[in-house]
Design a protein around this ligand. Structure first.
Ligand SMILES: [Zn+2]
Length: 134
C-alpha cells in the first residue's frame, strides 16, 4: 500500500520513514491528521494527487470521505473532467459508501463515462450488501 506525503503530496511507500522528496518525518503525523489531508487532497489540482488520494481512501476504507467523494464526483460530472478520476472515486465510494452514496450512484450511473459504468455497478452491489446488513 502507498501513502501520500502530507506536506508535499509526493506518493511514498509504507516503511519509508521520511519523504524522499521533502524529507518530512512521517512519524510526526497522526492517523487523524493524515485522514484529513487525504480528504483535502481529493480537491488537489494535480490530477495524480487527487487520484492517489481517492485510491488510498478506498483501500483504507475511510468512511468520513463519503461526502467529499460525492461532492468531487458531482463537480467531475458537471465539467466532464476526467474519466479515470471519476472511476477511482466511484471505486472508493463502493468501498466506504452508505445510503447517501448508494442513492447518488443510482441516480447518476447513466451519466458516468463508459469506463466508470461497470465500476459503478460493482460499487452499487457492494454498498447494497452493506446497507442491508446494518
Ligand atoms: Zn514530502
Amino acid at each position: 500500500m502507498r501513502y501520500i506525503c502530507p506536506k508535499c503530496f509526493k506518493v511514498a511507500d509504507v516503511g519509508e520513514k521520511f519523504c524522499s522528496n521533502c524529507g518530512y518525518d512521517f512519524e510526526h503525523i497522526s492517523n487523524e491528521k493524515y485522514t484529513e489531508k487525504l480528504i483535502k487532497a481529493l480537491r488537489h489540482p494535480d490530477y495524480n494527487v487527487a487520484y492517489m488520494a481517492a485510491k488510498i481512501i478506498g483501500e483504507l476504507k475511510i468512511k468520513r470521505a463519503e461526502k467529499s467523494l460525492i461532492e468531487q464526483l458531482c463537480k467531475n460530472l458537471l465539467n466532464k473532467k476526467d474519466p479515470y478520476l471519476e472511476q477511482v472515486m466511484v471505486f472508493a465510494l463502493g468501498e466506504i459508501g452508505g445510503k447517501e452514496a448508494y442513492k447518488f450512484l443510482l441516480e447518476n450511473k447513466d451519466k458516468f463515462s463508459v469506463i466508470t459504468k461497470t465500476t459503478a455497478e460493482i460499487s452499487l452491489e457492494k454498498i447494497k450488501g452493506r446497507i442491508y446488513i446494518s
